[in-house]
Ligand binder design. Structure first.
Ligand code: HEM
Ligand code: SF4
Ligand code: SF4
Length: 390
């Protein structure tokens, strides 16, 4: 067994022990590990809702807006939300901490599917789209920090400009796309807001790709888990209220440091320690591409013999739909039966999608589907052998 396979095996064992322990404490019905994909999905809805409320009062400018109310720019509008709008500080805190919670739960979800070996072969698309979603979530979070227009926003903006400018050939174009012009201006803030909201909505499309090849993905935790997830966020909102730094001033002394949010801003810490922008991009792009390619067929670190797809015995199939509903890989289609058949539909397997998992064999009450690699007779013989050995 290779070192990689050993790692996956140990990770799997760890999750089994953790699962068992959590079941003892919370019962299997409320075990969050059984809703690992649904946890970030829940926080995404919380972010959409709280973001919508913040958007109602947010002003995306660096100067000169709405002088009459004292709200002259993004920073003052955020202060207004925080201090003057009823529950504004709570909504802001929920938005911030739900973002952090989303990153934590995405990492938990990704580590679980990786260690339970459900990331490759027929799940490569879920893994690949998951990495793209994660990168998008990180960037959305970073643009959230730019929007506050405090000293941290300015420092992050300058660091991002520095990193983008350093990209060979397209650097200057990236810089003017990012700033929405040549320098930081009101247009820059509108661009940040556009990216922040636009990318957030694009997550829905990414998630559609993430879910499309899954049968009945578990997207919603039971209400009791939702309450706990929300309560956890609220504990942080009240214990560690969110505040902005000093208002950014374009011509003032540049800030030397800022409060760090490791969940979103870790790439900036990396930028600070690498010797050049090129090395920074090589590391960031290298890690992202490497993770995306991890489950690709030619990069499989775990070798497996080719799979023989399940086969429907058409003379026995009654078109009941059960195998179609149960196949986890959407590898079964119900097609119109020939005119001389007594039934309207018959099942057919799409071999390129079939993982040979055998779920359909168990689902069929008519013995009408079989795995050529593992015929029923062999399974029965194996079960008999095990029973006799006991
Ligand atoms: C926006 C963030 C994400 C959300 C909301 C999300 C949500 C989900 C949900 C609801 C499922 C179905 C789980 C089930 O039915 O048991 C799922 C499956 C999956 N996700 Fe994600 N996911 C996200 C990010 C990721 C990331 C970052 C990865 C890995 C890099 C990933 C990899 C997978 C894989 C491989 C599956 C299939 C697992 C299986 O067959 O049991 N996802 N995801
Ligand atoms: S063996 Fe059956 S249930 Fe499993 S993937 Fe193939 S068709 Fe679907
Ligand atoms: S479960 Fe069996 S009988 Fe029903 S559609 Fe599938 S193969 Fe046909």
């Amino acid at each position: 067994m290779s070192a990689y396979e050993q790692l996956i095996k140990s990770g799997n064992k760890f999750f089994l022990v953790l699962e068992d322990l959590t079941n003892k404490i919370m019962t299997s019905k409320y075990n969050p590990l059984y809703y690992h994909g649904a946890l970030p999905q829940f926080y995404l809805w919380v972010l959409f809702l709280s973001g919508l409320l913040l958007f109602a009062y947010y002003i995306p400018t660096v100067d000169n807006a709405y002088l009459s109310k004292g709200i002259i720019n993004a920073w003052t509008s955020v202060e207004y939300i925080n201090d003057k709008i009823p529950f504004g500080a709570v909504v802001r805190g929920i938005h911030r901490y739900a973002g952090d919670a989303m990153v934590i739960t995405i990492l938990l979800h990704a580590i679980r599917v990786w260690f339970t070996d459900r990331y490759r072969q027929y799940r490569w698309l879920q893994w690949f789209s998951g990495i793209v979603l994660f990168v998008m979530v990180l960037f959305i979070g970073q643009t959230g920090y730019y929007l506050v227009w405090d000293e941290r926003s300015l420092a992050l903006t300058r660091m991002t400009v520095y990193a983008l400018e350093g990209v060979p050939l397209i650097g200057p174009g990236l810089k003017s796309w990012f700033l929405n012009g040549d320098t930081i201006s009101n247009y820059t803030m509108s661009n940040y807001l556009f990216i922040h909201i636009g990318l957030s909505f694009s997550l829905l499309f990414g998630l559609w790709i993430h879910y499309v090849r899954m049968t009945r993905p578990v997207m919603t935790p039971p209400p009791a888990i939702n309450y706990v997830l929300m309560a956890l966020v609220l504990v942080f909102v009240f214990m560690f209220p969110i505040t902005s730094g000093k208002m950014a001033t374009l011509n003032g002394t540049p800030p030397t440091g800022f409060e760090m949010d490791w969940f979103f801003l870790a790439p900036y810490a990396l930028m600070n320690v690498v010797p050049s922008v090129l090395v920074y991009w090589l590391i960031v792009v290298g890690i992202t591409v490497g993770l995306c390619l991890l489950p690709m067929p030619w990069a499989f670190l775990i070798k497996e013999p080719p799979v023989e797809a399940a086969e429907v015995v058409l003379t026995k199939c009654v078109g009941c739909n059960l195998c179609y509903l149960d196949c986890p890989y959407q590898a079964i289609e119900m097609v119109p039966a020939p005119a001389n058949s007594r039934f309207k539909l018959l099942a057919t397997v799409m071999p390129y999608r079939c993982s040979g998992c055998g779920v359909c064999v168990g689902a069929c009450a008519f013995d009408a589907i079989d795995l050529p690699d593992l015929p029923d007779a062999n399974v029965l013989a194996q079960v008999k052998q095990i029973m006799e050995a006991k």
